[in-house]
Design a protein around this ligand. Structure first.
Ligand code: HEM
Length: 403
């Protein structure tokens, strides 16, 4: 680990170029293989292309519209209601529960009993999968954690995955023999994988990990963005009450607050690649074969030559040059560009007024629901950071709701 060659890029244009290089393979999850081995974000070349092409079919505008407008609003309302009725909530738990409910839908993990106990068991699995995927950042005993995650995967498979597969196989067989309708098929990743079994030839443990990966990729990133944006919006309100008011009433502005938060605090502060062959970034950085490249997203997203002198500030009114995304490079680019970006953060209106068909993304929609319910920080119980992780997550974020 110590004698390997590591090169870091921190400038926006170099980082952008690095994401596009075909000689650079994914290396961020090399330690998290217990959950991440052979999942989409870890594949390279033709294997990646084949799986991505199939999974892309699910992540289209019509599916996003269905999710954002029809499937998710009742899930958001049902998840929030008991917390709002209690008068208080802890946002780190609430956001993961909420985003897990949404991500389970996208991944294709059924909860046949529909009980709170069942949801909380899935939640416990999810939290372990997150720790498994981010083992490189885990500050405790990694070997013990890896073993715990492996056991959780096996238990999750028998409790949740097998019944979900069984239900989908019955529906797929019905469509095949003409007794069922295409419209009866769930629009989720698991159905996509099972339907394309013959083309993909995925061993059952890869189907297991791919489903878990979508569950955690969808839930954890969005939950983190949810809490961080709320924190930024609350803090903004202390100095600029009119901006807080706008965030509560103008969903396009709230969407911009999410993008600005994701720019300043990417879900992972770095991306990492391994050079399969030599690569060159704009004639400025040479990467020899066998080197590791660290793409410092936190720095690239705050590059003053692109985001201005106030690049470190949270400023949802920030003006950007054409071609610069308001979230910086936080959704990646190139072959591994986030497949769930539009679903989570909507479409960038690029400074134009939004129309009726505009998609805002699930994170802004969920934050708006919390603000509408009156969720505000609890002055008697201030938020604290998570001491077990070096990625800068909130550990607890208590809020209160009006009676
Ligand atoms: C705020 C929310 C999110 C953020 C900040 C985020 C960020 C990212 C980033 C940075 C990458 C690229 C990783 C790399 O190149 O090394 C990525 C890839 C990916 N994301 Fe997201 N993501 C978010 C939401 C989602 C959601 C909701 C889903 C699922 C529905 C999702 C699924 C994926 C998948 C499957 C990949 C791998 C794509 C590939 O390798 O082809 N993400 N995400």
């Amino acid at each position: 680990m110590t004698d390997r060659l590591e090169i870091t890029v921190s400038r926006y244009h170099q980082a952008r170029e690095a994401f596009r290089q075909k000689e650079l393979r994914q290396a961020l999850y090399d330690e998290g293989e217990v959950v991440m081995s052979d999942v989409l974000v870890n594949l390279h070349g033709a294997d990646h292309q084949a799986r991505r092409r199939l999974e892309n079919r699910l992540f289209r505008k019509d599916t996003h519209r269905l999710y954002e407008r029809e499937f998710f609003p009742p899930v958001v309302a049902a998840t929030l209601a008991p917390h709002a009725a209690n008068g208080h909530a802890e946002l780190v738990t609430l956001s993961h529960e909420l985003m897990m409910n949404l991500a389970a839908f996208t991944a294709g993990v059924d909860r046949p009993h529909g009980t709170r106990e069942e949801t909380m068991r899935l939640y416990d699995y999810l939290m372990l999968f997150i720790q498994g995927a981010t083992l490189a950042h885990y500050t405790g005993d990694r070997t013990a954690k890896r073993e715990e995650v492996a056991q959780a995967l096996a238990a999750f498979e028998s409790e949740f995955l097998r019944p979900s597969i069984q239900r989908r196989r019955v529906l797929l067989a019905a469509v095949e023999d003409g007794s069922g309708e295409e419209a009866d098929l769930p629009r989720d990743v698991l159905t996509t994988l099972l339907r394309n079994d013959a083309e993909l030839h995925l061993p059952s443990e890869v189907v297991l990990r791919e489903t878990c990966f979508f569950l955690l990729a969808g839930a954890h990133t969005s939950a983190t963005a949810f809490v961080r944006t709320l924190h930024n919006v609350y803090a903004m309100g202390e100095e600029h009450p009119e901006d807080f008011e706008q965030a509560c009433t103008d969903l396009a502005f709230l969407q911009r607050c999410v993008h600005e938060t994701v720019r300043l605090q990417p879900s992972s502060p770095i991306a990492m690649r391994y050079a399969l062959g030599e690569a060159d970034l704009l004639g400025e950085v040479h990467i020899p074969a066998g080197a590791f490249l660290i793409i410092d997203l936190m720095a690239a997203n705050r590059d003053p030559s692109v985001f201005g002198e106030g690049a470190h500030d949270f400023d949802p009114h920030r003006l950007l040059e054409p071609g610069v995304a308001p979230w910086g490079l936080s959704f990646g680019l190139g072959m591994h560009a986030c497949i769930g970006q539009d679903l989570a953060a909507g479409i960038d209106p690029m400074g134009h007024p939004v129309g009726d068909d505009h998609l805002y993304g699930l994170v802004p929609v969920a934050i708006r629901a919390l603000l509408d319910a009156g969720g505000r920080p609890d002055p008697a119980d201030p938020p604290t950071m998570d001491p077990d992780n070096s990625r800068g997550y909130w550990g607890r974020y208590p809020v209160m709701f009006p009676a």
